[in-house]
Write a protein that binds this ligand. Structure first.
Ligand SMILES: Cc1cc2nc3c(=O)[nH]c(=O)nc-3n(C[C@H](O)[C@H](O)[C@H](O)COP(=O)(O)O)c2cc1C
Length: 189
């Protein structure tokens, strides 16, 4: 099963990308999972205007479209910025069509330096997932005080947090694989 991790913090000095990388390591530790880390900092999409124009800049859109199309499930990993998810995530979603996301399980992971862990960003990401005709898994992963969970190289240093990540991934994979199996069966049940 293929999972795309959309890492939606693009600022210099970002902490959220450590969370995305850790999720990728944990998913790829399983033989059945192939996780791709999509760093939105690598896809400098202009603010969405009109991608149908022949001369519209592509900025890796074809490559990313293929990754999205091949993904059986996705994780949206975003910091909470001003009570929401990042403009980079919304801009990426607007550049593609619902077809890339339709009927896929999407887990939301919201990251914050504060104590609450980006609850508002997570709720809004779940609304975005619905707008893409995808299925938000009911559990959300709220990462509070991210600055205390990794060292400077991005190595996870908080064991309790590691357990929470694994519990969340188990829930996510339950939903993602249920949908994946259903698609494989097609109309046979
Ligand atoms: C523009 C901006 C807005 C922010 N707004 C919030 C917020 O609404 N709630 C919050 O808990 N943290 C907020 N933060 C702090 C982030 O939680 C913090 O930067 C954290 O490290 C995760 O984001 P990062 O990936 O940019 O590092 C904001 C940070 C920036 C740069």
């Amino acid at each position: 099963m293929k999972i795309a991790i959309i890492s939606a913090s693009i600022r210099h000095g970002r902490q959220t990308h450590f969370v995305s990388e850790e999720l990728g390591r944990r998913l790829n530790a399983s033989n059945d999972i192939e996780a791709s880390l999509v760093d939105l900092a690598d896809y400098a999409f202009p603010l969405f205007q009109d991608t149908h124009k022949a001369d519209a800049p592509q900025h890796g859109a074809d490559e990313l479209r293929t990754i999205l199309q091949q993904a059986d499930g996705l994780l949206f990993v975003s910091p909470e910025y001003n009570g929401s998810y990042t403009a980079a995530l919304k801009n990426m979603a607007d550049h593609f069509s619902k077809a890339e996301f339709n009927k896929k399980a999407i887990g939301v992971v919201s990251v914050s330096s504060g104590a609450i862990g980006g609850m508002r960003g997570a709720l809004q990401m779940q609304q975005l997932v619905l707008a893409l005709y995808a299925y938000p898994i009911p559990q959300m992963m709220l990462v509070s005080e991210v600055q205390h969970k990794f060292d400077e190289e991005g190595k996870l240093t908080d064991e309790a947090f590691a357990k929470k990540l694994d519990t969340y991934l188990q829930e996510f994979l339950w939903f993602a694989s249920a949908i994946y199996e259903k698609k494989k069966r097609g109309n046979r049940g």
